[in-house]
Design a binder for this molecule. Structure first.
Ligand SMILES: Cc1cc2nc3c(=O)[nH]c(=O)nc-3n(C[C@H](O)[C@H](O)[C@H](O)COP(=O)(O)O)c2cc1C
Length: 198
């Protein structure tokens, strides 16, 4: 069997493996089923994220493979190339932001920031459980909203979650993207330490 691809971040500084080993695969083991305990851990990781004034203006819907809602997401919720690989995963985590807070228009930027933090915490928990996650902005927001019954919430992003699979029996197009080198801008473009921006 072909090996699992590893894409650890190439960095000269120490990083926790939960950070350095996180990457966004497109090959998942479609036979893997997310257990009740795993699904609950993901929900709790999201729930225990910090938020501005502890407003918690968010919700996550976790849809597991084998359910009607997962099938609907796979059939009509995904856009473009996401349709080719994401349905192999074991679950979709649909991230939602409340559109109002106490009946008033919410602080848009603040709420988006909070949902991003909670999403990252969910992904870190995914990694800690030996699974992988892949964020997807490429979804049909209206259809996803209808599938999960979002009502007064806005779809921000969907995360495909599952156990990483091998390249065996995968299309050349998927394998090509899977082995592509991970890149980042130079450190000086991204962070500054004890100095103004260069
Ligand atoms: C908000 C967000 C939306 C994304 N949308 C997609 C997507 O629709 N399809 C996809 O294949 N990757 C998507 N990605 C994954 C990024 O392309 C990926 O994180 C980036 O290239 C860095 O690669 P790495 O996660 O492997 O380090 C998205 C990532 C984020 C954070």
């Amino acid at each position: 069997m072909s090996p699992l691809i590893e894409k650890t971040a190439q960095t000269s500084a120490d990083l926790h493996p939960l950070i350095s080993n996180r990457w966004s695969p497109r090959i998942f083991d479609s036979s893997y089923k997310l257990s009740d305990a795993e699904a609950t851990s993901l929900g709790e990781a999201f729930r225990w994220s910090p938020s501005s004034s502890n407003h918690q203006n968010w919700h996550v819907v976790i849809l597991r493979s084998g359910t009607d809602l997962f099938a609907k997401m796979s059939e009509s919720g995904l856009m473009g190339f996401n349709q080719a690989w994401a349905p192999q995963g074991s679950a979709y985590a649909v991230l939602l932001a409340d559109t109002k807070f106490d009946g008033e228009p919410r602080n848009q930027g603040g709420t988006f920031f909070d949902v991003g933090l909670a999403a990252s915490q969910l992904v870190t928990q995914t990694e800690a459980m030996g699974l992988k996650a892949h964020y997807m902005g490429g979804v049909n927001h209206q259809i996803v909203s209808d599938i999960v019954g979002a009502k007064n919430r806005e779809v921000i992003c969907v995360i495909a979650i599952g156990k990483q699979g091998t390249t065996e029996n995968q299309s050349a197009e998927i394998v090509e993207r899977e082995v592509a080198i991970r890149t980042r801008k130079d450190p000086a473009e991204i962070y500054s330490i004890d100095s103004k921006i260069a």
